[in-house]
Design a binder for this molecule. Structure first.
Ligand code: PMV
Length: 327
């Protein structure tokens, strides 16, 4: 039995992260072990807050997302709690609140599962250092492990488990991220399913994995040297390689829309004008432009004026998942 917290409840917040060297593919789907390492930016202006309350007398788990009951995500949330506490755990009331669109390629699963693991382990009175909590979260959503760390984060994938560390703190190299939202509805194919399809059917999947270590080395060195152009080069190439793997699946997985392409072209045009900015795109149609602080206003204005872009969200680099006081 776990030494339950007195009131069996806790509250936590986590920020989503976006990868510059992507996680795309699993070594072991059973334990959700990534097939290769990744490197990401933890954001500061986007957040997910999660409250978890266990009750011995409760018959079912419940989940509400932004105040509305949500059965779609409940199964994954319950599986995560089972993994943490065993299937005979008390049932939980889970409340999630995010200040950005969820399941739309804005990395909401990274912040959601990081905050869930943080709150649930505390509610259950379980200890755990940052790395063990990150590993637990990674078993539910590979990217969630990275949201336990601030700033620029590297995840390395071993044969049986992952390791993580902060490559540069949030204030060490204060990059800015401008997110061009081109569609706020949920995506048609989840990333887990798309990864499995990629491994099974894309002729490029093996080559993609073989080259991940080289991209990771290049990106880590670029961060350590604060070499923006080298980081831009490896990040854009890595993103396009990941999407090439998806496009060559059977059936293909294409997350982009017309506005995604327009936003990419805006970023390229800014680069030609000498503005330090590059793009990355995850499992969704949103374009994330990474830039140096002095370029942020210009990048936001130009992306905001790009045809099909519905909203622009600006963020700096943020902190790792943490507990919050109860209300
Ligand atoms: O953590 P998941 O299962 O939502 O997968 C994340 C996949 C990408 O966002 C596309 C890439 C990444 O490294 O975050």
């Amino acid at each position: 039995m776990t030494p339950w917290n007195e009131n069996m409840r806790a509250y936590a917040v986590a920020q989503p992260n976006i990868a510059l060297v992507k996680y795309w593919g699993k070594r072991d789907t059973g334990i959700n072990l990534p097939a290769a390492g990744s490197l990401s930016l933890t954001l500061d202006s986007l957040w997910t807050k999660m409250s978890v309350e266990f009750a011995d007398e409760a018959e079912f788990d419940t989940l509400s997302v932004n105040g509305v009951p949500n059965s779609t995500m409940l199964e994954r949330v319950a599986a995560c709690l089972d993994r943490l506490l065993g299937a005979s755990r008390p049932k939980a009331t889970v409340g999630s609140e995010s200040n950005f669109p969820i399941a739309a390629g804005l990395a909401s699963s990274s912040s959601a599962f990081a905050a869930l693991v943080m709150a649930a382990t505390r509610a259950a009175g379980l200890g755990g250092d940052t790395l063990s909590l990150a590993r637990l979260a990674g078993a539910s959503s590979g990217s969630a492990a990275r949201s336990f760390y601030e700033g620029i984060v590297e995840l390395t994938a071993g044969d049986r488990e992952i390791d993580l560390h902060c490559v540069a703190g949030a204030s060490e190299w204060p990059l800015r991220i401008v997110i061009a939202v081109t569609e706020s509805g949920p995506k048609a194919t989840g990333s887990g399913e798309a990864m499995i399809r990629s491994a099974a059917t894309s002729p490029f999947y093996r080559t993609w994995l073989e080259r991940q270590d080289a991209d990771l080395d290049a990106a880590r060195t670029a961060v350590t040297d604060q070499d923006f152009d080298r980081l831009a080069d490896v990040a854009e190439r890595n993103c396009l390689k990941m999407h090439s793997v998806m496009w060559t699946c059977r059936p293909p997985v294409v997350y982009w829309n017309g506005a995604t392409l327009n936003a990419m072209e805006t970023v390229r045009a800014l680069r030609r004008e000498g503005v330090p900015v590059f793009f990355t795109i995850d499992a969704g149609p949103q374009v994330k432009a990474v830039c140096l602080p002095a370029a942020c206003d210009k990048v936001a204005a130009r992306l905001g004026a790009t045809e099909g872009v519905r909203q622009v969200i600006v963020s700096g680099l943020g902190s790792g998942a943490r507990l919050l006081d109860q209300d």
